[in-house]
Design a binder for this molecule. Sequence first.
Ligand code: MN
Length: 197
Amino acid sequence: MAFTLPPLPYAKNALVPHISEQTLEFHYGKHHQTYVTNLNNLVQGSENESKNLEDLIKMSAGKADMVGIFNNAAQVWNHTFFWNCMKPNGGGKPAGVLLEKINASFGSYEKFAADFKQAALAQFGSGWAWLVQEGDTLKITKIANADLPMVHGQQALLTCDVWEHAYYLDYQNRRADFVQTFLDHLVDWNFVEKNLV
Ligand code: MN
């Protein structure tokens, strides 16, 4: 069964003024769609056609002859996850169980936010900053290109896309401002908490 672009969990103008409708038209409507289209072209008519997205990602990870499938399948998964990490009027300090876990792993929300921002800025070139769960501990990682926590034995909790296409129309070269805005105004902490295992 062919993959389709999952619907956005909000309208394309719902994240204005932090992320413009134009950015979502390109980032969701063009970039995310292209990964879906490329993946369908790569698996159509092959034995991989019936596999689900996670199976394709896990099967192709680290395999030199399946780089195309991995990159496109992982980018489909990453973008769907990223859209769900945001909501209008989100961001700021979480509460409840999630805040307790953040405090236990990082000392405070403020230290978590500083470390997450640092990881997002330190990712050289294209990639993603992640909050992940490993056992009972929360960790921040930065990984390049399409790479993602599920192939590193980690549970994804939160991600911020730091490919230039994620922020260039709205923030140009100011990745730090984009990441700060993501933390202060966009993160859907309810979604993040639901990802805890
Ligand atoms: Mn992207």
